[in-house]
Design a protein around this ligand. Structure first.
Ligand SMILES: Cc1cc2nc3c(=O)[nH]c(=O)nc-3n(C[C@H](O)[C@H](O)[C@H](O)COP(=O)(O)O)c2cc1C
Length: 286
């Protein structure tokens, strides 16, 4: 079997998991290529028997750029795929929405894997509550997932339909409500406004080249940022070597302070269920 893993990763968590899954697939005697989502348009998905798609959780669901990516791929006519993601405290409805979009494109999702990951948000306190994730156990589990997934695909093809996972939408939780409110319009008004300081910008294009929504035009006069397509991931601000992208983080910090208690509650629940292992003392997170 020939598999292709397509992944979106900004700070490396999802990439680590993608590599482990690839390792597992190769160990199982199958072929597996891996490509970043930005380069995936150069791949012909019809050439592969199994597609894997992975991303971080943003705003309790899949990033907007991943939703658009799925909407732009060709119809697959029942081809098998698997999904994976990394997240901080709350994966939310990430798999539900990915599955929904992939189904619309004729893909059948035959497996899903998720892992905690160190959070990538610049104004979070350090150490973060999910520090040191994915840990060795999650990395091993990702490899094991990869080792099994091609065989799962074959078994489903032979008729074992009960192996097909069910992805139900979770509703009536605080994060499900927040996720519904996180429309691109709402995020634009709720999250920090970015500006490019033209005194500092050297037009190195780092921000523009790495923008998942193609929402930056440094060469425009004046330079444009957070154009239509922006997914409010704040990666550009983090990457700029000149610190030329400026933002007022006051409101985002306030929002985070309000949510921290809820995040820790979710992690404690996951800890009780054996799904999460903390490596920092929650009391020390300020
Ligand atoms: C803008 C933004 C929104 C995020 N939203 C969530 C979220 O809703 N739930 C969650 O658990 N983690 C959230 N995270 C944390 C990321 O999902 C987590 O850090 C992820 O592992 C990053 O993946 P990467 O290292 O592959 O880029 C968010 C991160 C960013 C930057």
């Amino acid at each position: 079997m020939k598999a292709l893993i397509i992944y979106f990763s900004q700070t490396g968590g999802t990439e680590k998991i993608a590599k482990q899954i690839q390792k597992g697939i190769l160990k199982s005697g199958n072929e597996c290529e891996m490509v970043r989502i930005k380069d995936a348009k150069n791949k012909k998905l019809v050439d592969f028997d199994l597609i894997g798609l992975g991303c971080p959780t943003f705003y309790y669901r899949e990033p907007l750029s991943v939703k658009l990516f799925i909407q732009n791929i060709d119809n697959a006519n029942g081809k098998h795929c698997f999904i994976f993601c990394t997240h901080g405290s709350v994966i939310g409805n990430t798999f539900y929405y990915m599955n929904e979009e992939l189904n619309k494109k004729g893909y059948l999702v035959i497996g899903a894997f998720d892992s905690y990951s160190e959070s990538s948000i610049q104004f979070y306190p350090q150490p973060m509550h999910t520090a040191k994730h994915p840990d060795d156990i999650e990395l091993r589990e990702a490899e094991e997932f990869g080792q099994k997934i091609c065989n799962t695909s074959l078994r489903i093809q032979k008729g074992e339909k009960k192996l097909i996972p069910n992805f139900e939408e979770i509703e009536n939780t605080w994060w499900a409500r927040d996720s519904k409110l996180a429309t691109p319009e709402a995020l634009r008004s709720m999250t920090p406004k970015f500006i490019i300081n033209i005194e500092k910008c050297t037009k190195c294009l780092t921000c523009q080249d790495n923008c998942p929504g193609d929402a930056i035009d440094v060469e425009a006069d004046p330079p444009e940022i957070q154009k239509e397509g922006c997914i409010f991931c704040w990666f550009c601000e983090k990457l700029c070597p000149e610190e030329a992208i400026e933002a007022d983080w006051t409101s985002a910090r306030k929002l985070f302070k309000g949510n921290l208690r809820r995040y820790i509650k979710e992690l404690k629940k996951a800890e009780e269920q054996g799904k999460f292992r903390p490596y920092v003392d929650y009391e020390k997170i300020k």
